[in-house]
Design a protein. Structure first.
Length: 74
């Protein structure tokens, strides 16, 4: 089964319509709202260079899980 996801609003124009692998290997500044300056700070602080690095970073993953859990806390 094929699944299509439109990410255009989440990406800079240059990366809209690109294959997923190319987006994951792109610099984090390919994400809409992430500037080159932001990307430099992510690299300096966490060694994050690509979108894949950001998505698989353990600190960001833990923060995402904690934020999701809060929605279900009683």
């Amino acid at each position: 089964m094929a699944v299509e996801v439109v990410l255009d609003k989440a990406l800079d124009k240059a990366y809209e319509g690109k294959p997923l692998g190319e987006i994951l290997d792109a610099p984090v500044a390919a994400l809409a709202g992430v500037s080159d300056g932001d990307a430099a700070k992510l690299k300096e602080a966490f060694g994050i260079v690509t979108v894949r690095d950001l998505g698989t970073n353990k600190y960001f993953a833990v923060a995402g899980v904690l934020a999701a859990m809060e929605k279900h806390a009683g």
